[in-house]
Write a protein that binds this ligand. Structure first.
Ligand SMILES: [Zn+2]
Length: 207
């Protein structure tokens, strides 16, 4: 059985932003969203090319498998260029679904993220598994992870940075779930400098 909690791993896309991952399998959702190229730090988009996307998949497959002995990620087929484009679309849908106010791209015509899940009752246990094949099953797995995280109360701690130039996804470990920047020193300082300039036009900013 998967636990929604647990220690966090060194997810490859998330660690690029000097962040520790969300606990347990929620770290996979976070890492998938963090494959983006982020405006200020600007490492490459890990899904931009087929070799880079395959490398990311290979890395997270191992981490994901280590979290869950009923892991569907183990059977993911090798990526094709079509799959890669599909992953980019899934990423966009997931981001918009999780952070509707941050995703102001006006793409209303695009379908919502959706999942097929099969529930099984056996020996007093109900279990859920994502249905579909290949990368459709991957999308189902991501949504199932979000659902389990919501039940466990963790999903509300998964946030996107408040900066308009930054879509990095972080896991808020503050006691009252009040963090707004993916990194206070990067995006928080930038916002403070801007606010200072707005209050004191013509004066040098204090950083
Ligand atoms: Zn940020």
């Amino acid at each position: 059985m998967t636990s929604g909690a647990g220690e966090s791993r060194d997810w490859p896309a998330t660690t690029r932003y000097n962040l520790s991952g969300a606990p347990g399998e929620l770290g996979l959702v976070q890492d998938f969203l963090n494959t983006i190229e982020e405006g200020s730090v600007a490492p490459p988009d890990l899904l931009a090319t087929l070799p880079a996307a395959q490398e990311w998949v290979d890395e997270v497959r191992g981490l994901w498998s280590s979290l869950d002995d009923a892991c569907w990620g183990r059977d993911l087929p090798p990526l094709t260029e079509r799959d890669r484009r599909r992953l980019v679309a899934i990423r966009r849908r997931m981001f918009r679904g999780l952070f509707p106010t941050a995703a102001e791209d006006g793409g209303l015509a695009e379908p919502q993220a959706h999942a097929g899940v099969r529930l099984t009752l056996s020996q007093g246990e109900v279990s859920a598994e994502p249905t579909g094949r290949g990368w459709a099953q991957f999308e189902s797995a991501l949504l199932l992870i979000c659902y389990r995280a919501r039940l466990a109360g963790h999903l509300r701690r998964l946030k996107t940075c408040k900066s308009h130039e930054c879509d990095v996804v972080f896991y808020d470990r503050s006691p009252n779930n009040s963090a707004v920047w993916h990194d206070v020193r990067v995006c928080g300082n930038r916002a403070n400098v801007r606010a200072h300039r707005a209050r004191h036009p013509g004066r040098a900013a204090v950083t």
